[in-house]
Write a protein of this length. Structure first.
Length: 253
């Protein structure tokens, strides 16, 4: 079966305290095997253009005052052929979690990862041109028991559900890595940063999502549907869908 390399990063924090971010999101970048060399060239080119030998990182290398770098990164990301992106976004103010998920960062992380992996499996199964096998690599998270995450996901696969998840389209188990190990993780970090810029802007600020819209054609859609496919919201959908830029994102095919 043809392969698709999948890289996952996150933005926001997992806490629910008064000083925590208003959202937490996990982003998957799915790169089909035939586009991997192109993606590597994009990562190498960006490191060259900004003059660093360090792994690319949105917060470190693409600060708000470096709008030129942000535009360059977006153009280069948007040019990688046939990739798909998936965002799972938690709006903390409206999420209906029980106290166990709110108070336990690991349980919250595991649940969010589950929702993301379900969509990755469906995207790999329904890949244009034929089903793919997803090779899944996630950015390592400090103080997180990743073996525990795999154990949780193993249990999830055996829970009866009215919606079938084609888990067989993810090579098991997934693995966690530092960003220096894979260019794909660095590019996933940039996609997560672009999403963060859009979500941190005011709901009526179209400009905050200009970069996200430019990469909007890469968002995974199933039968033309974006919500709950390429964009999954935990909490009230209005956190995203009431923003002035949402119609433009829907139209960016």
């Amino acid at each position: 079966m043809p392969k698709v390399e999948v890289y996952v990063d996150e933005t926001g924090d997992r806490g629910f305290g008064k000083n925590s971010s208003s959202f937490f999101a996990m982003t998957a970048l799915m790169i089909p095997a035939e586009s991997v060399s192109y993606a590597r060239a994009v990562a190498a080119g960006l490191r060259y253009e900004i003059g660093t030998s360090r792994p690319l990182h949105w917060v470190e290398h693409f600060k708000p005052k470096r709008a030129d770098r942000r535009r360059l990164a977006t153009r280069m990301l948007a040019s990688i052929p046939n990739v798909k992106t998936i965002h799972v976004i938690t709006h903390k103010a409206t999420v209906q979690f029980n106290e166990a998920l709110r108070s336990d960062n690991e349980k919250f992380y595991n649940y969010t990862t589950r929702l993301l992996l379900e969509r990755i499996a469906l995207a790999a199964h329904g890949w244009h041109g034929g089903a793919r096998l997803a090779i899944l690599r996630l950015g390592s998270v400090r103080h997180m028991d990743h073996d525990g995450t795999v154990s949780y996901l193993n249990l999830v696969q055996n829970i009866p559900s009215p919606v079938h998840t084609p888990w067989e389209h993810i090579r098991w188990p997934p693995s966690w890595h530092g960003t220096s190990e894979y260019d794909g993780l660095q590019l996933a970090d940039l996609h997560a940063g672009i999403l963060s810029v859009a979500l941190r802007g005011a709901p009526d600020d179209v400009r905050s999502a200009q970069l996200l819209i430019e990469c909007g054609h890469q968002l995974h859609r199933a039968n033309g549907k974006l919500l709950n496919c390429g964009v999954k919201i935990i909490g009230e959908n209005d956190f995203v869908t009431n923003r002035s830029w949402w119609p433009s994102l829907l139209a960016s095919t």
